[in-house]
Design a binder for this molecule. Sequence first.
Ligand SMILES: Cc1cc2nc3c(=O)[nH]c(=O)nc-3n(C[C@H](O)[C@H](O)[C@H](O)COP(=O)(O)OP(=O)(O)OC[C@H]3O[C@@H](n4cnc5c(N)ncnc54)[C@H](O)[C@@H]3O)c2cc1C
Length: 467
Amino acid sequence: MKKIAVGIIGGGISGLAAGHFLRSRLGERLDLTIFEKDNRLGGTVGTTRKDGYLADWGPNGFLDREPLTLEFIREIGLSDKLYPSNKLSEKRFICRNNKLWEISANPIKFMKSGLLSPAGRARIAFEYFVPPKRSDGDESIFAFVSRRIGREAAETLIDPMVSGIYGGDAEALSLGACFPTMEQMEREYGGLIRAMIKKQKENRRSRGKIGQAAKKGGPAGPSGHLTSFKGGLFTLVEHLERLLAAHIRKGGEVRTLEKSDKRIVVRTAGGEGAFDHVIIATPSYCAANLLRPLSPQVTDNLAQIPYSNLAVVCQGYRIEDIGRPLDGFGFLVPRSQRLDILGSIWTSVIFPEQAPEGYALFRTMLGGAKNNRVIELGAEKLGELAHQNLARIMSIKAKPSYREVIAWKDAIPQYTLGHRERLARIQAELDRIGGIHLAGNAYTGIGLNDAIKRSHGIAHSIINSVS
Ligand SMILES: Cc1cc2nc3c(=O)[nH]c(=O)nc-3n(C[C@H](O)[C@H](O)[C@H](O)COP(=O)(O)OP(=O)(O)OC[C@H]3O[C@@H](n4cnc5c(N)ncnc54)[C@H](O)[C@@H]3O)c2cc1C
C-alpha cells in the first residue's frame, strides 16, 4: 500500500483539525507530520488557569451554529466537555455617553429605546425603500450599512460590532468578504428588511417541520450561542495534542519550502522531509515568507492581508464591588465615544465556572485597526486603562484582585476591499504549483468555525485526490 505523506505547518486549531480529519479518514495510509514552531500548541488559543479563574488568551468560545464543528467535537470524543453559554448572558449592550444601552433583538423594543435618535431610528425603518446597489464592485461594510440604514446606525451599531469581531475598521473591510450574507440579502431580496420579512415567512412555514427556528444574527448578537469547554478553550487543544501526539514536532519551525519533482520539501533547523501535500496553517504573513521561493506572486498577494493588533485584559473583581447588575454578555464601544477600550465581555456571566464564587471575570479588549499601537503600552498600563474604563462605566469601587494581560501583535486578519479577488489570484497560482494548501483564518472566515471548516475542506480535497 502506497502511503501518502502530508506535512502540516502550524499547530493551531487549523493545523490540528486538518491533522485529525486526514488521520481519521486515511488511517494507515497516511504518513503525517505536524510542525509547530513554538514549544506549545494552540496558536492564539490558550487558557491561564490560576487562583480559581480561567482566562482565555484569544478566543473564548465558538458559535454553536456550525454543524461541522459539533460533528468534529463529537468525532474526537470531546462532546461531554462542551460548555454552552449561560442564558443570563443573552442581553448585549452598547456604551454611549458612559451609559450601557441594551440592544434589543425585538424590533419594537429596539425602536422604542433611546440608543439612537428619533431620526436615526426612522432612517432604519426607511431601509425598506432604499433601492439596491446597481454596480457589482466591492463595498466597505461602513459604506453599505450607512447607505442602507443610515450613518448614525452605522456608527453606533455596526462600527463597534466590527471592532468586536475583527478588531477592524468598518470603512476598510469588505462587506462581501466579511458578511457575505448581508451582501446576498440585498442582491436577492432588494434589501435587509425585505430579506428578513421573506425569511420570517419561510421560517413560519417550515417551523412545523423542523422545530424551533435558530437564533438569528444582527447587532443584538450573532446567530448561535457562544460555547466553550470545561476548563476553558485550551481543553480542545490539549485533547487534540493527546490524539495526534505521535505526529507532532514541537519547536519545529519550518524555514523553507521547495518543490522537487512532484513533492514538496520542508526544511526545519533539525532536517528536511518530502511530502506529497503540504498544508500551511500559519498566519498569512508567515505563509507569505515560506512561499516566496515558489511564487513571489502568491507572496505579494498574501502580504496584502493586514492584521490588527489587540490586547485582551482579563480582570477579576469582587461582585459586591460592582455597582450594576451583571445581566448580560457585555458591551461594545462605538469609536465615536473616544474611549480607550473596544468593549468588555462579562466572562463569568457567560461561563460561570471561569471565576471563583463571589467574583466576576471581565475580558476587556483594546487596540484594533484604528489603534494598533496601544499594545505597545505594556501589560501594566493596559491593565490600568482597562480598569479605569470599566470602573467608570460599570461603577466598580475597588481594584481588580486578579489580572492577566495578553497583547497580541497581528491578532486578526483584515479582509480589506479586494480580498476575494486576492484569494482568487492566490488560488490560481497554488493550483499551478500543486500540492500546497493554505489553511487558517486569513482567507474565508476569521473564527474557529471557519478555520475548522476550511481545514475540513482541504483534508477532503487531499483525500479525493488520492482515492
Ligand atoms: C484576541 C482574539 C480573540 C478571538 N476570539 C475569537 C472568538 O471568540 N471566537 C472565535 O471563533 N474566534 C476567535 N478568534 C479567532 C481564532 O482565534 C482563530 O480563528 C483561530 O485560533 C485560528 O487558528 P489557526 O490555527 O488558523 O492560527 P493560529 O492560532 O495563529 O496558529 C498558527 C500556528 O502556526 C505556527 N507557526 C507559524 N509559523 C510557523 C512556521 N514557520 N513553522 C511552524 N509553525 C509555525 C504558530 O506558532 C501557531 O501556533 C480570536 C482571535 C484572537 C487573536
